[in-house]
Write a protein that binds this ligand. Structure first.
Ligand code: PMV
Length: 326
């Protein structure tokens, strides 16, 4: 019998950020988050289990994965094997159309696709909620990439209560994201290390957690009611407050580069001229601009002048996970 399946997942960008873990092993977050899944960046992963013991093989974009990343994939596969009660080795082949490590949350689509392909290959019939819980244990943000459009990952209090679910929104058909690639190189501080350091050392961190949970409720309301302006204001605030918590860590760290600041300033100027646009940033220097489809042309023109046209990527809401047997 073939134990072979393929899944395609799209990445997501958080509008209300997740920053900090309560449980590093299960990846339980300190606070809930809300994201938009994008159509432009995705990962397709094939998993084949072979009914024998042995080392897993993991290939990303036709290259063997480095040892520490491959070990992380194997540890994740152990969780899936455990659910089925088997110890079979796996062959994993993945294609990533997200610039890896550039703060575009490639781990979100990667672990969502891996969770779906591996569980399908073993014939586990997981619900979307169960898939979200499983994907979360690979990378927190992956819990949200099971779903298309807007998704809310509730922090929960244990393994079974920490999962994402989709949100319907009148904003869905009109929202767009413009990604400004400032630097596509691998980020110097991983989100895992950055979160750990912030939680353990930043005196601003408790304030972040308090505020994030409260603002998440407001963000959910803005998204569900279709209040673009409030959604944008809250998204920008969430990003600024998350980065503020890192600036206060010991030793401090900062993902922003001069180009990031320039892009943020352009967004503020365009907004002052009446354009509907807000920025957000993750664990990397790239700036993501939340806007309306009708504003894209103006934004692109303004930003192309400073960063160049080739540094701009356009995205619209993307679909949820697709999985099939091979
Ligand atoms: O789950 P990770 O390790 O990809 O961390 C994601 C952290 C942020 O992108 C900064 C915020 C978020 O909610 O996606």
């Amino acid at each position: 019998m073939a134990h072979h399946a393929r899944a395609k997942a799209h990445t997501n960008i958080a509008l209300s950020k997740y920053w900090g873990k309560r449980d590093n092993d299960l990846i339980l977050p300190m606070n809930g988050s809300l994201s938009l899944t994008l159509d432009a960046f995705h990962t397709t992963t094939e998993v084949r289990f072979v009914e024998e013991r042995g080392a897993d093989t993991v290939v990303l974009n036709d290259q063997p994965l480095d040892a520490s990343a491959a070990a992380k994939v194997s540890r994740f596969l152990d969780r899936v094997r455990e659910l089925k009660g088997v110890d079979w080795r796996a062959e994993v082949r993945s294609y990533n159309e997200v610039p890896t490590g550039a703060g575009l949350a490639s781990s979100a689509s990667a672990f969502a696709a891996l969770a779906a392909a591996a569980s399908q290959a073993l014939g586990l019939k997981l619900s979307e909620r169960e898939l979200s819980i499983l994907a979360r244990k690979g990378s927190g943000s992956a819990s949200r990439s099971i779903f298309g459009g807007f998704a809310l990952w509730q922090a929960g209090h244990d393994d079974q209560s920490s999962y994402a679910y989709p949100l319907q929104s009148p904003l869905h058909d009109d929202i767009a994201m413009l990604v400004v690639v400032i630097n596509a190189a691998h980020k110097p501080v991983s989100s895992r290390e950055g979160m750990r350091r912030t939680v353990e050392t930043s005196p601003y961190y408790p304030a972040w957690v308090d505020d994030a949970e409260q603002r998440l409720g407001e963000m959910k309301q803005a998204v569900v009611e279709g209040d673009f302006t409030r959604m944008g204001e809250l998204a920008e605030m969430s990003a600024m407050r998350m980065h503020a918590s890192m600036l206060a860590a010991e030793p401090p760290f900062c993902y922003w580069e001069s180009g990031s600041l320039q892009a943020m300033q352009t967004v503020r100027e365009l907004r002052a001229q009446g354009h509907q646009c807000y920025f957000t940033m993750d664990a990397g220097p790239n700036v993501k601009i939340i806007t309306r489809t009708s504003e894209l042309a103006v934004l692109k023109r303004a930003l192309a002048a400073t960063v160049g046209e080739q540094a701009l990527l356009t995205a619209r809401p993307g679909p949820g996970i697709v999985v099939e047997n091979c």
